[in-house]
Structure formats: C-alpha cells, structure tokens
Design a binder for this molecule. Structure first.
Ligand code: FAD
Length: 307
C-alpha cells in the first residue's frame, strides 16, 4: 500500500517541490545517489573500482517536457563519456539511459529519442563501452525495444532491460536470449495495472525465476539486476548448471544497496556492476527506492526529525 502510494507520488510535481525543498532529504538521498556533478560520479566510480566492482552510470533525469531538456540529457551523457575516456575503463564503466529523458514521451518522441541517443551510443563505442536502455513504465516497452533494435545494428553491445513483473517479459526474454544480446533482468519498479503486470510479490518473484532461467540457459549475456538473496542464489545455481564462464554473465545492484553483497560476489570472482545514479534530478529515482522498502521510509522520516 505504502509502496504504491510512493510510486504515485513519484509522478506528482507538487510533492516533488516539497520533498526536494526539504534540506534534510539530502542526507537520505546521498545513500542512493552518488552526487549531483560528474566529478562526484567519477569519485564514486573510483571507490567502487577499488573493490573490483564495475559500474553503469545513470545521469538522472526522466519525464522531461521539452526538446531542449532532451538535448541537455544527450549533452550530459556526452560529457560523461568524455569524462570516462581518459580513465580507460572500457566496459568496466558503461552508461544507462532512460529514453524518457531523451524525449520519448513528447510528440514524435520515439524518433526524437532515437535521434538523440544514437550519438551517445556512438560515443560509448568510441571509448570501448556500451549503453543499456533502462526500462520505464509498460507503455514505453515497444518503443524502447524498437530503439534497442535500431541501435544494435551499429552497436551490438547495446543492452536492454526486462521487467519480470510485466506479463509480456517472458516472451521478450525468449526473443532476446540470443548471441551477443545483453539483457538486465529486474523485477520492475513502476506501479502497473493488473491487466499488464503481476502485482503480488510472490507472482513477480515466480516470473523473475522463469525469466532468469530463460536468459541464463539462452545464448545471450544475462545481467541479473536484483538484491534479492533468493534470486542471486538461483542465478548462481544456473551458472553452475549451465557451466557459464565468469565473463558470460553479471550481477547488477544499485549504488548504496547491499554493498557487502556486492563486495562478496566480486571477491568470489563474479562480475558485479553497481548502477550509479548522479545528477540534480534525483526525485523520481529516490521515490522508487523508498517505495521498494518500508525501512527506507522509516530511515527517511527519522532523518527529518533528527536534524
Ligand atoms: P526485492 O524483493 O524488492 O528486494 C529484495 C531485498 O533487497 C530486500 O529485502 C532488501 O534487502 C533489498 N532491497 C531491495 N530494494 C531495496 C531498496 N530500495 N533499499 C534497500 N534495500 C533494498 N527497474 C525498472 O523498472 N527499470 C529498470 O531499468 C531498472 N533498472 C535497475 C537496475 C539495477 C542494477 C537494479 C538492481 C534494479 C533496477 N530496477 C529497475 C529496479 C528493480 O525493478 C526493483 O525495483 C529493485 O531492484 C528491487 O527489487 P529486488 O530484485 O532487489 O527485490
């Protein structure tokens, strides 16, 4: 219930003003967001690399309302890739983009998002890395998968995200479990109607297991995007069962969440990638993290009273 309310709140501009304007919010946000600037993000990358953890960087921004903002998102990613170039991290530092930040929801938005994300994919290829297209609410899935198919023609390493919660994702997983295809499987962070998605946790978990099995027994490069110990255990079991080599799959976890587990998996020889968000527009991302876990809300509320 609380989670659903927070997901609805994550799309309310009025509430955004209240939450963002509260100075103490910052301390809680810092737990999940690497900072507001590119140097902040690069400092977080450096710290994670010292623990042998790869990264995917997300310049925060979504649901933009003008072409100028979409162009600004593209430019922020080009600056990010410029900043990564001298570090020569190759695929150890990739980037994740939300097409809504590239104008996907504007009129003519599918073409605009493709036009603006293409140079980002080109810049990523030039520094030896890749782009992953985050998945947003279910109305965007067809457009995002079509952009993926376009980008993969010239940049075959471009990654996709599938949300186990959506009924369609098992079929999408089958389509995408092919050689060279990089797919991050997540449970899904958006409030979706019953008509298109599983809404009970047990159903979502069962769907995640089915999709994970499809991806790990397929020919692609699966990326298990989860903090759930049961799903991580299943991925490890599938690695054992399929005899996958350590360079043919990875675990992905969010910055600041289960960091001990991130370090443990990396120390055990698995590729672990932390999803590192940075930037000033952290509201939507932050609210989804609160929605996932009631304890995060308690932590947030406590910080409001213990200035
Ligand atoms: P859950 O069952 O939600 O959680 C399992 C355990 O993980 C919890 O008991 C808790 O210990 C820990 N945990 C989970 N969430 C939190 C949290 N917020 N704070 C603290 N502890 C927590 N969703 C999308 O819809 N589109 C995307 O593109 C997308 N990209 C993602 C990329 C990565 C790398 C990851 C890890 C997640 C991404 N998500 C995305 C979010 C995802 O859909 C889930 O909402 C989120 O990962 C929580 O699900 P879970 O698998 O961790 O399992």
């Amino acid at each position: 219930m609380l989670g659903q309310a927070l997901l609805v709140a994550s799309r309310r501009p009025g509430l955004r003003k209240v939450v963002v304007g509260t100075p103490v919010t910052r301390r809680v946000v810092d737990r999940f967001v690497a900072g507001e600037t590119l140097p902040d993000a690069l400092a977080a990358v450096d710290a994670l690399r010292r623990d042998g953890i790869a990264v995917t960087l997300d310049h925060l921004g979504e649901d933009i309302t003008s072409r100028a903002e979409a162009v600004a998102s593209r430019d922020a990613y080009l600056a990010l890739l410029d900043g990564l170039a001298p570090l020569q991290l190759g695929r150890a530092a990739e980037v994740s983009v939300k097409l809504s930040a590239f104008g996907q929801a504007l009129p003519g938005g599918h073409d605009l998002a493709l036009e603006l994300v293409r140079p980002v994919a080109e810049a990523a290829t030039a520094v030896g890395t890749t782009v992953t297209l985050d998945m947003e609410d279910h109305r965007t899935v067809d457009s995002t998968l079509a952009v993926l198919a376009e980008l993969r023609r010239d940049h075959p390493g471009t990654g996709a995200v599938l949300q186990a919660a959506l009924h369609r994702s098992e079929a999408d997983a089958r389509d995408l479990a092919v050689a060279g295809s990089r797919v991050r499987l997540v449970k899904g962070a958006y409030a979706e109607p019953r008509t298109v998605a599983h809404t009970e946790k047990a159903e979502v978990d069962a769907a995640y297991r089915r999709c994970l099995e499809i991806l790990f027994t397929g020919d692609g490069y699966p990326m298990a995007g989860t903090h759930d110990p049961a799903m991580i255990a299943l991925a490890l079991e599938l690695v054992g069962r399929t005899g996958r080599s350590a360079d043919s799959y990875e675990f992905q976890l969010l910055y600041g969440i289960r960091t001990g587990e991130q370090q443990r998996l990396a120390a055990d020889g698995h590729t672990v990638r932390a999803y590192v968000p940075y930037g000033a527009d952290w509201y939507g991302y932050f609210m989804r993290r609160l929605a996932e876990r009631p304890a995060n809300v308690q932590f947030f509320l406590r910080s409001l009273v213990t200035k």
